[in-house]
Ligand binder design. Structure first.
Ligand SMILES: O=C(O)C(=O)C[C@]1(C(=O)O)C=C[C@@H](O)C=C1
Length: 95
């Protein structure tokens, strides 16, 4: 872990990480969009069992990497909610 000596240094590091996160969200979004091709109805798009699998998996990852579990769970629940909306739009388009 880098020990920062100023708020600017802290924010530069955060900016760099945000750039990586947004690029990864874009990549994740492309795969979520493709998932719509394989779904037969809106319940399948929502896939609540899969959501819980993802949440359990990322909570385990948080534990093993030292990330804040509550933050990781909240971020993922919110992110997946938004991805479900995007996937639903894609699903409707493909109908
Ligand atoms: O795994 C799927 O079926 C997906 O569509 C991906 C994803 C996700 O973002 O991880 C999105 C929507 C579903 O609610 C479940 C999971």
């Amino acid at each position: 872990m880098i020990e920062c000596n100023s708020i600017d240094e802290v924010r530069n590091n955060i900016n760099n990480i945000d750039e990586q996160i947004v690029k990864l969200i874009a990549q994740r979004g492309e795969f979520v969009k493709q998932a719509a091709k394989f779904k037969k109805d809106s319940d399948a798009v929502k896939a609540p069992k899969r959501v819980e699998e993802v949440i359990n998996k990322v909570k385990d990852l948080a534990k093993s990497t030292g990330a804040n579990e509550e933050v990781v769970e909240n971020v993922y629940r919110s992110m997946i909610d938004s991805f479900i909306n995007a996937e639903m739009k894609e699903f409707e388009k493909l109908k």
